[in-house]
Design a protein around this ligand. Structure first.
Ligand SMILES: C[S@@+](CC[C@H](N)C(=O)[O-])C[C@H]1O[C@@H](n2cnc3c(N)ncnc32)[C@H](O)[C@@H]1O
Length: 278
């Protein structure tokens, strides 16, 4: 199979993001945030909201785009699906294969290293019963339309697409207050980040710090999926997210973080289910 660089010329900003993600991945693998050893011990399956969205996945094929080192991918293998994860970071893909072996799930999983914009080529034009995306994916992509074209082409007729990601209104907020600091809509010019920190706890600063991010409005996301032939089943905007993205968020139960009582409720994440007509 052709290497990534032989297949497409990668946007230089995306190439720089890949280096940044290789560094982040090394840090994340040792973080308490992901706690891989605990994950291997406790063997979690999909979250209740994900099961309620997709139902029984046993016997289905499922592709996880931007899978990082595969924890969210492998939970679906535990629920009975045959899974594939795709990510552009070779460090993350190698780690995902290793975690799959250690979890005893190597025979129900595969991990592919590719830019998501080249996913159909990298997967040899295969299609899947379910395409799935979990938190923290869309902001790394310059064009939501190019992404939606890939998503739609990867779903088998009658198949489904599930995403849970950061809400673009939350992405537009300042880090420390309920103030709009960034544009809500997709723009050609990215947000440039040179911070030495990643979003997990870390035992060292990032070396390759430069990363580029793009926001995409909810209307732009939904319209791109519909334009490429998917049917919207439902869209939910949530006043919670699954990690303390802002210092002013408070813990809501075991899994979620939301605004403290008495502050305005703003959308922090969203979920969307779409299907590909037969
Ligand atoms: C925030 S992480 C996803 C985390 C995942 N939801 C989890 O909990 O494990 C974002 C992932 O997107 C990947 N990524 C970013 N840009 C990409 C691209 N253009 N193509 C493929 N993967 C990409 C990164 O390597 C990283 O693993």
């Amino acid at each position: 199979m052709a290497s990534q660089d032989e297949r497409t010329v990668m946007d230089p900003r995306v190439a720089q993001n890949r280096e940044n993600w290789d560094d982040r991945t090394e840090i994340h693998l040792g973080s308490e945030f992901y706690d891989v050893e605990r994950w291997l011990r406790e063997q979690p399956g999909p979250r209740a909201r994900e099961i309620s969205a997709l139902g029984d996945v046993s016997g289905l094929s499922l592709l996880h785009l931007q899978c990082h080192f595969g924890l969210d991918t492998l939970q679906w293998a535990r629920a009975g699906a045959t899974v594939a994860g795709l990510d552009f970071s070779p460090v993350a893909i190698e780690a995902a294969r290793d975690i799959a072996r250690r979890a005893g799930l190597a025979d129900r999983s595969e991990f592919v290293c590719s830019d998501v914009y080249d996913a159909t080529n990298a997967l040899g034009a295969r299609t899947f019963d379910v395409v799935y995306v979990s938190l923290g994916a869309l902001c790394w992509l310059p064009s939501v339309d190019r992404w939606a074209a890939q998503v739609a082409a990867l779903i088998a007729p009658g198949g489904r697409f599930l995403i849970h990601d950061v809400h673009p209104a939350a992405w537009a907020l300042a880090d420390d207050s309920l103030t709009i600091e960034h544009t809500y809509f997709e723009e050609a010019d990215p947000f440039v980040d040179d911070s030495p920190d990643t979003y997990t706890d870390a035992d060292r600063p990032l070396v390759r710090r430069r990363s580029y991010e793009w926001n995409h409005g909810i209307g732009e996301i939904v319209t791109a999926l519909i334009r490429h032939g998917l049917r919207l089943e439902w869209l939910e905007e949530h006043d919670w997210t699954v990690w303390p993205r802002f210092p002013w968020l408070v813990r809501n139960g075991d899994e979620n973080f939301g605004p403290p009582p008495g502050t305005p409720r703003v959308p922090l994440s969203f979920s969307l289910l779409a299907s590909r007509p037969d």
